[in-house]
Design a protein around this ligand. Structure first.
Ligand code: GTP
Ligand code: MG
Length: 346
């Protein structure tokens, strides 16, 4: 990987970066596992500076941490599920979209990927008794896709009992009053979706780090972050790293980004939902048009993969693919004004 990776370290200027790259220390990981003596021998850098560079590299890479078996079990016991309020889809997902893992929605344009992210931003806010997690959402938008008015329709479209339950959660003394109308509910829901636009892949990666800060900020409040959506995950990376020659670099950067997201998932018990377009472009790297762009690394990092297909009219086929602990299967939903609804509704 080019020097770009290590050039971003605060302790490394352009000249030092070049020396390190020439000596083969061309990634943060290579630096993180080196010793100051090794670095200063292979380059003109003094041992003091080498120490700082290694420290910065260790901060920049995720070397992993140890966790006891019991802590792991306790964490796994806290896994929550964000429901889609549809029995058939619920059965498919074993209840809903899980926290502490990455769920990838992939499909061609118009298959409903963005609609699912919007609906989940609403549903995550519902009380647990009604399929939600009583949490807020972060939306990293790389395609200018987020629509507040769509959220409004989805809130209005919630079943009345669910809407009432959401209203009852209003954080005011004595519960909701007559003044708490649907409008205020919509405002509340929008207030709990934190949207940010990513203009480049590097920006997107930084925003994931920012998202972790936001998750930390709200961790001990009544409305913790329980969902992070990235729509779309791969778009910028695909444009900025075109061709086979850039594939390895692109995958490495995507991998880092995904691991940043997974860290938020684990530390703050949040669900991560990313979208990925499939392309029928004959020039694409991956011959099979039903495969998501992003290739293998994405496959390993996303724990649950959902393939969306257009069917007649507003119907969409939701297919669970390669889940580690759920059987593959399909369900059908409809995308209507009220949001994503069960097939039999309407
Ligand atoms: P790309 O981002 O282009 O790859 O597509 P996508 O998979 O994100 O598609 P998206 O989620 O934007 O789904 C688009 C489909 O959802 C449209 O074709 C419409 O059928 C439906 N849809 C989107 N917005 C609305 C809406 O406000 N009302 C209704 N009834 N349907 C909508
Ligand atoms: Mg979209």
């Amino acid at each position: 990987m080019g020097g770009g990776d290590i050039d971003r370290l605060p302790a490394v200027g352009p000249a030092t970066g070049e020396q390190l790259s020439d000596a083969g220390f061309d990634s943060c990981l290579a630096l993180a596992v080196a010793s100051p003596r090794e670095l200063s021998t292979a380059t003109d850098i003094g041992e003091g500076t080498a120490h700082d560079v290694i420290q910065a590299a260790r901060d920049a890479v995720d070397l992993g941490e140890f966790e006891t078996g019991r802590a792991l079990l306790e964490r796994r016991n806290r896994i929550g599920r964000i429901s889609l309020l549809d029995e058939e889809v619920g059965a498919l997902f074993g209840g809903g979209i899980e926290t502490q893992s990455i769920t990838e929605f992939y499909g061609e344009f118009g298959s409903g990927k963005s609609q699912f992210t919007h609906q989940l931003c609403v549903n995550v806010q519902l009380p647990e008794t009604h399929g939600g997690l009583g949490g807020r959402a972060i939306f990293i938008d790389s395609e200018d896709t987020f629509r507040p008015d769509r959220i409004e329709s989805m809130v209005r479209g919630l079943p009345t009992s669910v809407r009432t339950a959401l209203l009852a959660q209003r954080d005011i003394e004595g519960g909701p009053t007559d003044h708490d109308t649907l409008e205020t509910l919509v405002e509340d829901v929008l207030d709990r979706i934190h949207v940010t636009k990513a203009v480049t892949s590097d920006h997107q990666t930084l925003l994931a780090e920012k998202a972790q800060e936001l998750a930390s900020e709200y961790a001990d409040t009544g409305w913790p972050v329980r969902l992070v959506c990235v729509d779309s995950l791969v778009g910028h990376f695909r444009v900025e790293y075109p061709g086979r020659g850039k594939l390895a670099e692109r995958q490495q950067k995507l991998n880092k980004h995904l691991h940043d997201l997974l860290r938020i998932a684990n530390l703050y018990n949040a669900g991560i939902v990313v979208t990925n377009q499939v392309t029928a472009d004959p020039d694409s790297f991956f011959g099979d048009p039903t495969r998501p762009v992003g290739g293998h690394i994405l496959g390993h990092a996303s724990n649950v993969r959902v393939y969306l297909r257009k069917a007649r009219g507003d119907k969409r086929i939701v297919r669970l693919v390669d889940s580690p602990n759920l059987p593959d299967g399909e369900a059908v939903v409809r995308i209507v004004e009220d949001g994503i609804v069960p097939e039999e509704l309407c």
